[in-house]
Design a protein around this ligand. Structure first.
Ligand code: ADP
Ligand code: ZN
Length: 676
């Protein structure tokens, strides 16, 4: 079995495992059954790709997302790994090539769509080509109650039983029920080792803002990040179109994306997003399932998502490369009304609706959090971290106030008007405004009329919004959104519980904090040049830019400015295959000229200790070319021989050198090889 650390560097170009990866790779490579729960961006693909290279035979990877499979296959091939995919998206040649590689025993990873498992010949085929491990991506698709259920995933259990193979299953879904279901359906009674990695994504900056000229809010957020790839999620299709146009109008590059566009147009946007630097996709939730772009630098939610899970999944698409990424979520009372209504009017059974309201409440609790947002978010997933220092509330803690009294006034206004009115009218009553509607209903005669006149309309709106977010009042679906008091509010009304709210910043928009630069000004021009080179190479090969090198790798290059292949090999993300293929081109950008030519044999040793030995052997050889006194007939060694010597060590030298070379170079070479 090949050493894991060495593989990590030579194939994937990484210096270290991410947290959790090492243990999972070890368990999977030893053929143990594994269920790993890793947050998006945690680096789960590596957890089955490495074991696939460490084990004999073929690893079958089952994944529901064709686009994602194709990306991974491309990335693996770029790293010099034999991988293929069998999906409905294949061309005939692609399929032929996969079969050929499989039949010749070259194939290491075979990605297949779950539908394939239903066809008769598949099990036999997989047995015949020597499948030795089943890796299941997005394993929660086996859960019948989840929203991503794929009936064909149930066939995986049969495959496991028929071929008697270990299973490594991966998901980012945290809840215990889904986990149990995965174990029951995929592992057929065997108990897998479970790896549960923390859900924190510390590189994601979290921020929420109350909607106040929301289009302007999104525009300024995007403008502050001009040139970076980002996604804006919207609640409706129409809004994706209008917002994309507005962004374009502001001089940014943007494209709308939603399920109403034809398939070709959607694919075109996906393709552009993968290959272009700095495109903004303005999308509905339809965008994302297949997006495997590690360098998305920001995500903005122009409307409130439907649950805390949906929130985290969407913002989680940013910054999968681990570099800083920004997120912003806008919300307001209309969002709360809309989401509640959506749940109430849905067809789900009552239990489910109750659960959906609870998940929405969790998100609203996050929106109206009184302290560090990450604590609230991770608290929901069962974790208990310290304040993060990377959210808007850590940056600027909100001013709080005891809202018990005004909340009781507001509740009383609801009740005395028979829970038949919305925020606007209730605020009129509280501040004592004699509108037509107020006089028409005689609400100016109520004892609550004008009791809240010490506060402005804006303040009252903020109080009602927070009451809705805390689920103290809910819009009634049968009465056009009239606010109804909930059970949670009863103790507050009775004076048994108090409530703390945030003093709102509504109306006084803070300027956006300055966006952190990922790189010093000094290195920025080089980074831009490296990116341009990357784009040219990616376009020439028709692959996404990050398949050539990730942002992280280019940033490190711009900072460290490697000046030789050896130095290049030390950059994170530069494995052997990419060194051979791309390093020269990028060195040329850094050095401003073509790098000195190196013998192909020496190139193969770049970044390794053997490279230094090769250099010393070469030096000695040049000295001794005409013998010790410089009078003999010239004699030299081919580069490939020097490389073999450097790799094989002193014991093998007699086998590698012929008599004449042994005589001339032997003693000196031996010294060098012994020194190592
Ligand atoms: P996910 O868990 O969401 O499937 P991926 O497997 O796509 O995550 O990995 C996310 C990103 O992290 C990819 O760009 C991948 O190359 C990178 N990555 C994974 N493991 C490491 C590592 N050990 N060191 C550096 N980068 C890594
Ligand atoms: Zn925080």
């Amino acid at each position: 079995m090949q050493d894991a650390g060495e593989l990590l560097k030579s194939v994937f170009g990484f210096d270290a495992f991410r947290p959790g990866q090492a243990e999972i790779v070890e368990a999977v490579s030893q053929g143990r059954d594994v269920l790993a729960i890793l947050p998006t961006g945690g680096g789960k693909s590596l957890c089955f790709q490495m074991p696939a290279l460490m084990r004999e035979g073929v690893t079958v990877v089952i994944s529901p997302l064709i686009a994602l499979m194709r990306d991974q296959v491309r990335a693996l091939k770029a790293a010099g790994v034999e991988a293929g995919a069998l999906t409905s998206g294949n061309t005939e040649e692609e399929t032929d090539e996969v079969y050929r590689a499989a039949n010749e025993g070259r194939l290491r990873l075979l990605y297949i769509a779950p539908e394939r498992l239903a066809s008769a010949g598949t099990f036999n085929f997989l047995r015949r080509i020597g499948t030795s491990l089943i890796a299941v991506d997005e394993a929660h698709c086996v859960s019948q109650w989840g929203h991503d259920f794929r009936p064909d995933y149930l066939k995986i259990g049969e495959l496991r039983a028929a071929l008697d193979l270990p299973v490594a299953a991966f998901t980012a879904t945290a809840d215990a029920e889904t986990r149990d279901e995965i174990v029951a359906r995929l592992f057929g009674g065997r108990t897998p080792e479970v790896f549960l990695r923390g859900f924190d994504r510390p590189n994601l900056a979290l921020a929420f803002k109350v909607k106040d000229q929301p289009r302007q809010q999104i525009l300024s957020f995007a403008l502050a990040r001009k040139g970076q790839s980002g996604i804006v999620y919207c609640g409706t299709r129409a809004k994706t179109e209008s917002l994309a146009a507005a962004l374009e109008g502001a001089g940014l590059t943007a494209a709308a994306y939603h399920a109403g566009l034809d398939a070709e147009r959607r694919r075109e946007v996906e393709r552009r997003f993968q290959t272009e630097d700095g495109l903004i996709v303005v999308a509905t939730v339809a965008f994302g399932m297949g997006v495997d772009k590690p360098d998305i630098r920001w995500v903005a939610q122009a409307d409130l998502p439907k649950s805390i899970e949906a929130y985290y999944q969407e913002i989680g698409r940013a910054g999968r490369d681990g570099l800083p990424a920004d997120t912003l979520t806008l919300y307001g009372p209309d969002d709360i009304r809309f989401r509640r209504q959506q749940i109430d009017e849905g067809l789900a059974p009552l239990d489910r609706k109750r659960a959906d309201h609870a998940r929405l409440n969790a998100l609203l609790g996050l929106a109206e959090a009184l302290g560090c947002r990450r604590q609230v978010l991770l608290g929901y997933f069962g974790e208990n971290p310290e304040p993060c220092g990377n959210c808007d509330l850590c940056a600027k803690p909100p001013e709080l106030f005891d809202a018990t009294e005004p909340v009781r006034m507001a509740l009383s206004a609801c009740l005395r008007t028979e829970e038949r009115f919305g925020v606007g009218h209730l605020v009129d009553v509280l501040v004592g405004r004699r509108t037509e509607k107020v006089t028409q209903w005689n609400h100016d005669a109520l004892p609550t009329f004008g009791v809240g006149k010490a506060r402005s309309t804006r303040e009252w709106q903020a109080i009602f919004r927070q009451m809705m977010a805390r689920d103290l009042v809910r819009p009634d679906p049968e009465r056009h959104g009239a606010l109804v008091m909930t059970e949670i509010a009863r103790p507050v009304l009775r004076g048994e519980e108090s409530v703390t709210f945030r003093k709102d910043a509504l109306g006084r928009q803070k300027p956006d904090p300055v966006v952190r630069a990922m790189i010093d000004d000094e290195d920025a021009p080089l980074l831009a040049a490296l990116k341009a080179k990357r784009r040219a190479l990616a376009e020439a090969q028709g692959v996404p830019a990050y398949v050539v090198f990730t942002d992280r790798t280019l940033i490190e290059m711009a900072q460290k400015r490697p000046d030789s292949l050896d130095a290049m090999a030390g950059i994170s993300g530069v494995g052997a295959a990419k060194l051979e293929r791309y390093a020269g081109a990028f060195l040329e950008v850094i050095l401003g000229e073509a790098p000195p030519a190196e013998h192909p044999a020496r190139r193969k040793l770049a970044g390794r200790a053997e490279g230094q030995i090769y250099d010393r052997l070469l030096e000695a050889q040049v000295e001794l070319m005409r013998g010790p006194d410089g009078l003999d007939k010239p004699l030299s060694c081919p580069g490939s021989l020097l490389r073999r010597l450097a790799e094989a060590g002193p014991e093998q030298m007699p086998r590698l050198l012929d008599e004449r070379r042994m005589e001339r170079f032997g003693p000196r070479f031996l010294e060098i090889l012994r020194e190592g």
